[in-house]
Design a protein around this ligand. Structure first.
Ligand code: ADP
Ligand code: MG
Length: 253
């Protein structure tokens, strides 16, 4: 089994009287795609932002790649890639200029063409961020997490609001990042997405982890407990119809 790259023990976050994260513990293994699943308000973003050093925790222990969050947050920052909210980009710079700007911030020399190629945006090198479609914006923002060649990439709801093709396209990109050896931790509330994409998932509800395993094992457990879907399942669903009719390829022109 791969070594542990993120270790969370008894993590607590209170906002005043409100307990947003109630003492959760979990490990993320190096090289996996780990999903934090849960409804809105479950505490997913809070948890991620604490690990990303962007939010103070109330208590608990967080170790990232051997660095203790309490003692070496600067070391953690150096080895992670974090997706910014898209509003964080200068709207009037083109994609090449934005990457050059980030290169300057990180003191790196990632060639813009190489990065844009990776996320399938080479032909948009001279386009401004505001001119991109939703899926392209998401792919670009994933690209910016890779500029400092991170060991771990954090993606908070990377596919929310995307159409089915753009979601699939982003899944491929996330797998490509993982296949290069980078650990990915993401949040989603799309269970089909988690089932296809994640090696392991933690289901979080009201600040507590209520399940943690591979999607396969969680499904098997449920089936073994006697659960059956209430009606016979058809061999396709409406999303399959949509994808068949509109095609698998991206259409963002
Ligand atoms: P998720 O990402 O799973 O939707 P969040 O981590 O954003 O959930 O939020 C968890 C809970 O904490 C929610 O009930 C939210 O309203 C609350 N919360 C988040 N940020 C703050 C804040 N800065 N102040 C007070 N409450 C907050
Ligand atoms: Mg959130």
């Amino acid at each position: 089994m791969a070594p542990v790259i993120i270790s969370i023990k008894e993590l607590v976050k209170n906002y005043g009287q409100f307990k947003a994260v109630k003492g959760i513990s979990f490990d993320v293994f190096e090289g996996e795609i780990f999903g934090l699943l849960g409804p809105n308000g479950a505490g997913k973003s809070t948890t991620l932002e604490i690990i990303e050093t962007l939010r103070e925790k109330t208590s608990g222990k967080v170790i990232v790649n051997g660095f203790d969050l309490d003692k070496q947050p600067g070391e953690i920052k150096k080895i992670i890639g974090v997706q910014l909210q898209s509003s964080g980009y200068y709207p009037n710079l083109n994609l090449t200029e934005l990457i050059e700007l980030f290169n300057g911030m990180y003191n790196k020399k990632m060639p813009p063409v190489e990065l844009l190629e990776l996320v399938n945006l080479k032909d948009k090198a001279k386009a401004k961020f505001k001119e991109l479609s939703g899926g392209q914006k998401q792919r670009f923002s994933v690209a910016t997490t890779l500029i400092n060649d991170p060991r771990i990439v954090f993606l908070d709801e990377p596919t929310t609001g995307l159409d089915p093709q753009a979601r699939r396209n982003l899944w491929e990109l996330i797998k490509k990042i993982r296949d290069k050896g980078t650990t990915v931790i993401l949040t989603t509330h799309y269970m089909d997405e988690a089932e296809k994409l994640c090696d392991r998932v933690a289901i979080i509800d009201s600040g507590e982890i209520i399940a943690l395993s591979t999607p396969d094992m969680l499904i098997d457990e449920l089936v073994n407990s006697g659960f059956e879907r209430p009606k016979e399942i058809k061999k396709a669903n409406l999303e399959d119809v949509f994808i068949q009719l509109t095609g698998h390829s991206l259409r963002e022109g």
